[in-house]
Design a protein around this ligand. Structure first.
Ligand code: GLU
Length: 344
């Protein structure tokens, strides 16, 4: 059968349209980053939208955390280029708590390679709470992953140093380089947590019984407790996250901190385990690798683009800050930032 010239012409036009218009528009959408004006506006909008939410309560199993003013609320974005957008209480130093964990895992990767974390700790999510003892029985690696308490204590024990003091100082120095700031321990939080961390000591002994901890168990628990008590502001935490978003180079100090080959490893653990037993729903709603802490901070990373931080002390049953989650989810949704999407 002979093809009608009219159909041939139409076919050619359709092909040309697909090649030169439709496909480029689609890939342009993926490469189209939000503008500075959009980022400034969305941070303010997220703050205004959730500032009056009062759901949840301060974590009180560490008594000192109950004393933090519950109404504090801050939202910050730092881009991979070092631009800063903030609203609310972004200069209040809260305890970093579990948000510290991926950064120490990154330090161990930098010192010993990514396989060391996978082999000596593990990278499987537990689907259980951050301090679930039962996870160590259920999962063959015992320490599970570096973002739950047992794995985070193991991670601290792997930091190369010949004394507890040196180990902590190496971690603090690392956090300083990631944040381009001079951070310090909130001593009252440290004392309060050190006096009530029997459960974490139990984790350390369980690890020791299975040869899954790599320095003295009580020393590792103490350095871990100090690490969790480091004070950080929402702005400083956003710079730490932006260093991951920027392939390991701090966008504010311009210093190369983490080898870029470890960034995807750290982010992958944050995606599967950063929200503990809420990691699935978090990935479903925000679609971003992130880490929470019972101090009320959450850092989320948009690879290559930015870090988004929310801080608000009232947490839910899983220990995740309610307003911080809402603010980050809102921003991710509004700017179509999910790593699984194709952009705006
Ligand atoms: N330092 C806290 C603990 O070990 C961290 C928990 C968290 O932030 O999720 O219990």
């Amino acid at each position: 059968m002979k093809t009608e010239p009219r159909f041939l012409r139409q076919g050619l036009v359709l092909m040309a349209w697909l090649l030169f218009v439709a496909v480029p528009v689609q890939s342009q959408a993926r490469d189209n980053p939000p503008t500075s004006a959009e980022l400034k506006a969305v941070v303010q909008e997220a703050y205004d939208k959730f500032k009056d939410v009062k759901d949840g309560a301060n974590a009180n199993y560490i008594p000192e955390l109950d004393k933090v003013p519950s109404d504090l609320f801050g939202v910050a974005i730092v881009t991979a280029k070092g631009e800063v957008f903030v609203a609310g209480d972004v200069d209040y130093a809260f305890s970093i708590q579990s948000v510290s964990k991926p950064f120490t895992a990154a330090l161990v990767m930098q010192q010993q390679g990514a396989d060391a974390i996978a082999e000596k700790i593990g990278v499987e999510p537990t689907g259980l709470k951050f301090n679930a003892i039962i996870a160590t029985q259920l999962i063959p690696q015992v320490s599970v992953n570096p973002l739950v308490n047992s794995g985070a204590i193991a991670s601290v024990s792997m930091v190369q140093a010949d004394s507890a003091e040196a180990r902590f100082n190496t971690i603090l120095d690392w956090f300083n380089r990631l944040s381009a700031a001079k951070l310090s321990v909130i001593e009252d939080v440290y004392k309060s947590e050190a006096a009530t961390n029997q459960r974490n000591r139990a984790h350390a002994y369980i690890l020791a019984a299975s040869d899954r901890i790599y320095s003295d168990p009580m020393e590792a628990t103490d350095v871990y407790t100090r690490q969790c008590s480091i004070g950080v502001t929402a702005k400083q935490l956003a710079v730490m996250g932006a260093t991951l978003a920027n392939g390991g180079t701090n966008p504010v100090s311009k210093q190369k901190v983490l080898d870029p080959k470890y960034v995807p490893k750290v982010l992958s653990i944050m995606l599967t385990a950063g929200f503990y037993n809420e990691s699935g729903i978090w990935s479903y709603t925000a679609g971003l690798p992130a880490k929470t802490g019972v101090g009320g901070g959450i850092v989320a990373v948009v690879p290559g683009r930015m870090a988004i931080v929310g801080f608000s002390p009232r947490v839910n049953d899983a220990g995740n800050s309610i307003r911080a989650m809402k603010a980050i989810e809102f921003i991710s949704d509004k700017l179509a930032l999910s790593i699984f999407g194709s952009g705006k």
